[in-house]
Design a protein. Structure first.
Length: 149
């Protein structure tokens, strides 16, 4: 019993030391914080462009410049401010998507900032085929044209 109690105390001490050593790492603050990193468009119509704005906040004490934003494919187009983001200020990365194919999609957008830091944004959704004409054919329209001659 005494050996088991000693072993239990050693285990508890190891857990406390482990928890203390991870606390400083938990205090590290991201310099650029994204309000969200994933966005689901839900169901969207084929060949109808959609956009979403990802908000970012500069949590550092110095201005941060977003150096590059690159999409995983040509159907996704990012736009971002080329100006530095002041400490405490926010900016937006506008991501556009124009689906050519039907079905579910997931696209990633890589954001490089502050020299060597990066983040990944993700958009997703499901594309459905839209109507082949802009409006249904109205058979009475041709009848009206004939009577007005």
């Amino acid at each position: 019993m005494k050996g088991t109690l000693t072993l239990l105390l050693v285990a508890v001490c190891m857990v406390q030391v482990s928890a203390q050593s991870s606390t400083p790492a938990a205090r590290v603050v991201e310099t650029l914080r994204f309000k969200e990193t994933n966005f689901d468009f839900g169901k969207i119509q084929q060949n109808r462009p959609v956009t979403h704005n990802f908000e970012v906040v500069n949590n550092s004490k110095e201005a941060i410049k977003i150096e590059n934003v690159q999409a995983s494919c040509g159907c996704t187009t990012p736009e971002w401010t080329k100006e530095a983001i002041a400490p405490g200020a926010s900016a937006f990365i506008k991501v556009g998507y124009n689906a050519a194919a039907e079905g579910p999609f997931t696209k990633t957008i890589s954001v490089q900032y502050n020299g060597s830091q990066s983040a990944t944004l993700t958009i997703s959704g499901a594309v459905y085929k839209g109507p082949t004409t802009s409006a249904p054919v109205n058979p009475s329209l041709s009848l009206l044209k004939q009577t007005n001659k």
